[in-house]
Design a protein around this ligand. Structure first.
Ligand code: 7TS
Length: 429
């Protein structure tokens, strides 16, 4: 493994980088006031929340939307003629429209509400995979996938006899593109890739990879769990066939997520779950299924979650993803420089194209001890394998400490993190 001092990041350029000045709507002081959780104190100190890859805080507008639904509009959707049910259905479907606009899907019916990224990927592996893949077919994933984009494909391979091909990563934590090109062959029948790695921060060149897979008419699923909150994701521009993401990492509620799929695939796929809402008619002799998107939405959905996700998307759109990306790149450059100054600290994940995720190790302190010590200073980071055990194996480390930033974080908070790390080093010295 290459010792890397993060210098690459100082010159890192990304496709999204813009020289445009940040719009006046990006006012960090004002933004922070929108997130009540940011004023929390921990052990008598102001909380510094740097675990945004795990989940993000929610703005007041999302919290108030949830409260309004439960206080005044609580009702089921798609099945009542009474006023409240009609209102809830209208709000629920308006959220679907917001998601469509947010990712620029061609059709509203291409937006399926799920429980989250994991659920969305499992839906595709089970429904598409079981129907269209057979023994000997090859599925390409990468070495930096979250377990959610490994295990569902392994389960499918076990059941159907398909073969998993894993794109390797280099010492900086970038995908080795020539290896990917070599994997593509007539046996390749599916590609599933993470857009932004949750444990390395790498932004993968998914647009190019999708184009390469499409030359062989192979569909591509993008795990957008860490992407939709950091940069503009346009499914028509990427031309991905499926996109999965979670509401809770996008400043929205837990328990809700999205599966985008091109209508031509979703129409051909069988439903994964049977029950209410997903049927057209039921008799004991034969049941027929509902049209998209309802075919994949069996049972009462997370109604408040979906409406709350709509409010979260409104919020993010108002701040502007270009502004968010520009600001977070500044934070990343600042954090990289500051942490690189700490002696012996080794960054894990120094890709040229990176999102604001800083994972690192210190030779003499186990990441869990470090996490516990910085927590005493009010700093919340995550330590462990981050549900990417193969990444830990690749870098030959048991775990890393990870600070993952959001647009409401500040340089001052990164200073607090750096000071907390130095203090922890003193304890172990
Ligand atoms: N894919 C990626 C890239 C992720 O980062 C995560 C969650 C998932 C899928 C699964 O999302 P879920 O909402 O279905 O659970 N990542 C993390 C993390 O980095 N720390 O906690 C959860």
């Amino acid at each position: 493994m290459a010792r890397n001092d993060g210098k690459e990041n100082k010159t890192a350029k990304t496709e999204q980088k813009t020289s445009k000045p940040m719009s006046t709507s990006f006012n960090i002081k004002k933004i922070r006031k929108d997130f009540p959780n940011l004023t929390t104190t921990v052990r008598g100190r102001p909380l510094v929340y740097l675990d945004n890859a795990a989940t993000t805080f929610k703005p007041n507008s999302v919290i108030e939307t949830l409260e309004t639904y439960y206080k005044n509009e609580c009702s089921n959707v798609h099945r009542g003629v009474h006023f409240l049910s009609e209102q809830a259905t209208k709000d629920f479907e308006a959220a679907r429209q917001k998601v469509r606009d947010f990712i620029n899907a061609k059709k509203t019916e291409e937006i399926i509400f799920t429980k989250g990224t994991t659920n969305s990927i499992n839906l595709v592996a089970q429904s598409y995979g079981r129907t269209f893949l057979k023994a000997g077919d090859e599925i390409i994933i990468s070495h930096m996938e979250h377990h959610s984009n490994i295990v569902p494909w392994q389960m499918l391979c076990e059941e159907k006899g398909c073969v998993l091909k894993v794109i390797p990563i280099n010492d900086q934590g970038e995908l080795m593109m020539p290896e990917f090109e070599k994997f593509l062959n007539p046996k390749t029948k599916f590609v599933a890739l993470v857009y932004i790695s949750n444990s390395l921060g790498t932004i993968n060149p998914v647009k190019k990879m999708i184009a390469a897979a499409h030359r062989l008419k192979v569909p591509v699923l993008i795990d957008g769990a860490q992407a939709v909150n950091h940069l503009k994701v346009d499914v028509q521009e990427l031309d991905c066939d499926f996109l999965a993401f979670s509401g809770h990492k996008l400043f929205g509620p837990t328990g809700v997520g999205v599966l985008y799929g091109k209508a031509k695939y979703l129409n051909a796929m069988p439903p994964m779950e049977g029950g209410g809402d997903m049927i057209a008619s039921v008799t004991f002799e034969k049941t027929t299924y509902n049209i998209l998107p309802y075919k994949f939405e069996a049972g009462t959905p997370s109604i408040a979650g979906v409406i709350g996700l709509g409010a979260a998307i409104d919020y993010v759109q108002a701040v502007g993803l270009e502004n968010i990306f520009t600001y977070e790149q500044e934070l990343l450059a600042y954090g990289t420089k500051l942490l690189s100054k700490i002696s012996d600290l080794q960054l894990i994940g120094t890709a040229r194209e990176k999102a604001a995720i800083l994972a690192f190790i210190l030779p003499d302190i186990h990441p869990h001890d470090l996490g516990t010590l910085v927590d005493r200073e009010g700093v919340a980071i995550r330590t462990g394998h981050h549900c990417t055990m193969p990444v830990m194996q690749r870098f030959n480390v048991p775990a890393t400490a990870r600070a993952s930033l959001a647009f409401y974080n500040t340089k001052e908070e990164i200073d607090v993190l750096a000071a907390a790390i130095l203090k922890a080093k003193d304890v172990f010295a």
